[in-house]
Design a protein around this ligand. Structure first.
Ligand code: PMP
Length: 319
């Protein structure tokens, strides 16, 4: 039901985490400078442009705490990732929720208009829960329309599942747009959801403001070890991402053949664009022993599972 990677940790990653378990009596670094260095070197970015946090949701909270005034306004499309309204509440802000366009597209034109008097705007690309991908050109145009003193959070939690030929080169954009924070995570493609490590890339000024809200001792030594071991095993992890995208496309094809309206997806999940069939769908999935995230009157999100679970879904819902 959560958008997790269905595959267990790589043996090399699990072994490194287990090895570090002997040091649990020790504190991690006060602020995670070493982890920032590791991530910056991996990205080929200066360290002063990187922020890390407890998952990408933690980095988002830090940036919003730094940039949003109490009573200020945060704009985002809706429906969207469940945490955005919670982050707005936590920062004492008002949410301005802009309805999605057909096909799960975030309405960038309306969001840009709403941003004029906002403290922050959040764009999720590709979008959770519909899997819709906004093209690089339209995103860049949107970013250039948002006032330069409004924080833009570009949440790319699923970006590694986007095929490389259409993946926006967004990590380069903060050089041009100092108010842009590009958010990424080790939770999805890298399969480390339980280790809670996310990162952001931005201008040095915005990274410094975001890092000022870093909770001391918040990133555990085990999490740092898991990230380092994962970066050493990047080829294996990329192969897993390719496997999951092949499974995603197999699942989408089979479900469409079974008569379900399934949107194109650039993520590790699929969206059933079936507002009037959600209950029927939920019953069939429960019968197959599979849980999906159902939104009555809207649709349902199904996370790509392992091959056995995907076969079970196709057995129940396919042609
Ligand atoms: N952004 C989006 C769009 C998500 O769907 C999720 C997880 N469901 C997150 C961020 C949070 O991920 P993390 O584990 O990095 O906090």
């Amino acid at each position: 039901m959560l958008n997790e990677n269905p595959l267990p940790p790589l043996p090399s990653v699990a072994a490194e985490v287990a090895r570090r378990a002997n040091d649990l009596n020790r504190y991690p670094e006060f602020y995670p400078e070493y982890l920032k260095k590791v991530i910056a070197e991996w990205l080929g970015a200066p360290q002063d442009r990187v922020a890390v946090g407890s998952g990408s949701v933690g980095v988002a909270l830090q940036a919003l705490q730094a940039c949003v005034r109490p009573g200020g306004k945060i704009v985002y499309g809706w429906r969207n990732f469940d945490a955005y309204p919670l982050l707005a509440d936590m920062t004492g802000a008002r949410s301005a929720q802009v309805p999605l366009l057909p096909g799960g597209r975030q309405d960038l034109e309306a969001m840009a208009k709403e941003s004029v008097d906002a403290d922050a705007v959040i764009v999720c690309n590709p979008h959770n829960p519909t899997g819709n991908l906004l093209a690089a050109s339209e995103l860049r145009e949107f970013i250039s329309l948002v006032p330069s003193d409004t924080l833009i959070v570009l949440d790319e939690a699923y970006i590694e599942f986007v095929s490389e030929d259409v993946r926006p080169d967004s990590l380069a954009w903060p050089w041009e747009f100092p108010n842009l924070l590009v958010l990424r995570t080790f939770s999805k493609a890298y399969g480390l959801a339980g280790m809670r490590v996310g990162y952001g890339v931005s201008s040095p000024e915005l990274a410094a403001r975001t890092n000022r809200f870093q909770l001391p001792f918040a990133i555990s030594n085990l999490s740092v070890a898991a990230v380092e071991a994962s970066l050493r095993a990047e080829n294996e992890l990329n192969a897993r991402v390719r496997h999951l995208t092949v499974e995603r496309d197999r699942l989408a094809h089979g479900l469409r053949a079974g008569g379900w309206r399934v949107l194109p997806s650039d993520t590790n999940f699929l969206w059933f664009d079936e507002p009037s069939r959600v209950e029927e769908l939920a019953a069939l999935l429960i019968g197959a022993g599979v849980e999906a995230r159902c939104y009555p009157g809207e649709g349902a999100r199904l996370t790509v599972g392992d091959t056995v679970s995907n076969d079970a879904v196709l057995g129940a819902l396919g042609a």
